[in-house]
Design a protein around this ligand. Structure first.
Ligand SMILES: C[S@@+](CC[C@H](N)C(=O)[O-])C[C@H]1O[C@@H](n2cnc3c(N)ncnc32)[C@H](O)[C@@H]1O
Length: 327
């Protein structure tokens, strides 16, 4: 739905959090400043990249819902060594990063095993070391006690978990370990032309995912993108992906950008006993010394297989097309 200019302007002042990435989001002075802060280079005054948008809207949601403070404890699922982990340690109480470190398709990339031993190696800037822990854990089977965290987030990852069903399992797992009143924040890829592929959800699939997760969004999803933003398309097979603005991508016939979904867990907060920092740290360090067998329902493996095969096909095709383009 294309809204008129006046409504569009008010959208950016009001800054919703369940929405598609739009180039104009960076025009909101608070949002723009936060993005630059998270990126961490004072020489750069604007960096129009959907990955930075994902980090920024996550922090924005935490600020809006009162979770951006030193008491707040957060869990990142399928975290890799994302920059925002380090940023968060400077403002919140505790951040726990989980991923299948040392395994899977991203073993030589974000899921590198040495992050577990030496998170400092990947720091983009100074951070509070004692506030960051890393654990190996599968997103589809989280082993934390219920209600342990004030918030959980998962960025650019649920599309790799094996379709809508597995992505919904991951969201409801996050909901389990977040206390009532806490937030679950997810960013993923959403098509902007109605198409879908194994790793890009269509708007209809996003709605199905929300329903299946069993959690409630803080607001309706806004699938609007401005005409200015729609025109910003990088072709993954032809264009230099380092060029900016990096807002929408095209792979074969599928066009997509990032979407952010913010859920709030329902229930009575006053029923939950809050543990102190020492006990929290003991819980996390006990978990990090354990090995968890990942027990998934049998149907979850079908989704994982499909996604892995598709990723391999996509990478092969990507290489061939690049080679052809370069000869
Ligand atoms: C594209 S990377 C994103 C990493 C990070 N969130 C970021 O934004 O930079 C996708 C991540 O999902 C992780 N992943 C895939 N399947 C997973 C699973 N079942 N459980 C936990 N992590 C998983 C990968 O290991 C990888 O680190």
């Amino acid at each position: 739905m294309i809204r008129n200019e006046e409504e569009r302007t008010s959208q950016f002042i009001d800054q919703r959090v369940c929405k598609l990435c739009d180039i104009h989001d960076f025009e909101d002075p608070e949002f723009g400043k936060l993005a630059v802060d998270i990126f961490g280079d004072p020489a750069i005054s604007a960096l129009h990249h959907r990955k930075l948008w994902e980090f920024t809207i996550t922090v924005k949601a935490l600020q809006r819902y009162g979770l951006w403070n030193r008491d707040s404890r957060g869990l990142s699922v399928a975290a890799g060594f994302e920059r925002v982990l380090y940023y968060m340690t400077n403002f919140t109480g505790r951040i726990v990063a989980t991923d299948i470190y040392g395994e899977g398709d991203f073993i030589d990339l974000e899921a590198t095993g040495d992050f577990l031993i030496n998170p400092e190696k990947y720091r983009p800037y100074e951070y509070e070391r004692e506030r960051l822990s890393a654990l190996k854990m599968n997103a589809l089977n989280l082993h934390f006690p219920k209600n342990l965290f004030d918030f959980a987030f998962c960025l650019s990852s649920i599309e790799h978990f094996g379709g809508v069903s597995n992505a919904a399992v991951a969201i409801s797992e996050m909901g389990n370990v977040v206390r009532p009143g806490g937030l679950v924040i997810v960013t993923t890829d959403c098509s902007i032309d109605g198409s879908s592929s194994d790793q890009v959800f269509s708007p209809a699939e996003i709605k199905r995912l929300v329903k299946k997760s069993g959690l409630e969004l803080v607001e309706d999803i806004d699938f609007y993108i401005s005409p200015d933003s729609q025109g910003l398309l990088l072709d993954m097979l032809k264009d230099n992906l380092d060029s900016l603005p990096h807002i929408n991508l095209k792979f074969m016939r599928s066009k997509f950008t990032s979407i952010c979904l913010v859920f709030q867990k329902k229930g009575r907060e006053d029923n939950i006993k809050r543990i102190d920092d020492q006990e929290f740290d003991r819980t996390i360090s006990k978990l990090s010394s354990e090995q968890y067998p990942t027990k998934l329902p049998i149907w979850a493996y079908w989704g994982i297989l499909k996604v892995n095969l598709f990723a391999r096909y996509q990478r092969g095709l990507f290489r061939i097309m690049k080679l052809m383009g370069n000869t």
